[in-house]
Design a protein around this ligand. Structure first.
Ligand code: ZN
Length: 250
């Protein structure tokens, strides 16, 4: 069967348009949770970076505290040995104590240099920590408002889908059952498009099937221009129609 004669070509073309709109709404609805998930994942990544930077900042501070503790210990050692210095009579013991004190002082110097280096690192880390916190806050605010907008869009799309499905049911009920069955079968097999509008190239008048973009044979070009006729595309097996035939000359 190469053509179908029906007075319902226009009703069927309308139904196809409704179904495409419904499919688009469904796709939009399905896409929204994925978008929200992506936004949340991007935010989680940013937050993880902030927490890692904070961790590094705290670790530097704890290393500094540790060094300060060891400096206090070294100072305590110096004090202790200096007190002992006043009590020893023996020359060798006196020299040994001086050596101990020198060692403590050298250790203290080294620790203090370490603290200075750490202070510089802590300053840098603190700046980075503050910047990341501000950035995370900004990203979170932006993310939250985007998510809220997406949730509103989902509600709107769901309401639009419900209305479209109800209108579609009314339109479908008015179409001949046999014709509707054919339409549904092609639609199921051809990615939702059963009725493909034929595209007419304005400059050349060349006709192509919008379902598969193949050019129409001369016979098909004649068929598609006939009133109350739907003709099969030999390439994609969709039913083709010409807008100006089905809906009347503009
Ligand atoms: Zn085709």
């Amino acid at each position: 069967m190469e053509t179908i004669h029906t007075t319902e070509a226009r009703a069927l073309a309308d139904l196809q348009k409704k179904d495409l709109a419904i499919d688009a709404l469904k796709a939009r609805l399905a896409d929204i949770p994925l978008k929200i998930k992506g936004l949340n994942a991007a935010f989680a990544g940013k937050k993880a970076a902030m927490l890692a930077a904070r961790e590094a900042f705290l670790s530097l501070q704890s290393r500094k505290k540790d060094l300060e503790l060891r400096i206090a210990e070294a100072e305590e050692g110096i004090r202790k040995h200096q007190l002992q210095l006043n009590q020893v009579k023996d020359n060798a013991a006196f020299k040994a104590l001086l050596t101990e004190i020198d060692g403590d002082k050298a250790a203290k110097d080294e620790l203090e240099t370490g603290v200075l280096t750490l202070l510089e690192e802590i300053d840098k880390a603190s700046v980075q920590d503050k910047a990341l916190q501000a950035e995370v806050k900004q990203v979170e605010d932006a993310k939250n408002s985007e998510v809220a907008a997406l949730e509103t869009a989902a509600k709107d799309a769901a309401a639009a889908l419900e209305a479209a499905a109800a209108a579609r049911a009314v339109s479908a009920a008015a179409i001949d059952a046999g014709l509707l069955e054919k339409y549904e079968a092609i639609r199921a097999a051809r990615a939702g498009l059963a009725l493909a509008a034929v595209h007419e190239e304005p400059s050349t008048g060349k006709l192509t099937c919008s379902g598969c973009h193949m050019g129409l044979t001369p016979q098909k070009a004649v068929d598609v221009k006939k009133a109350d006729t739907l003709t099969f595309c030999p390439d994609c097996r969709r039913l083709m129609y010409l807008e100006k035939t089905v809906y009347g000359q503009p």
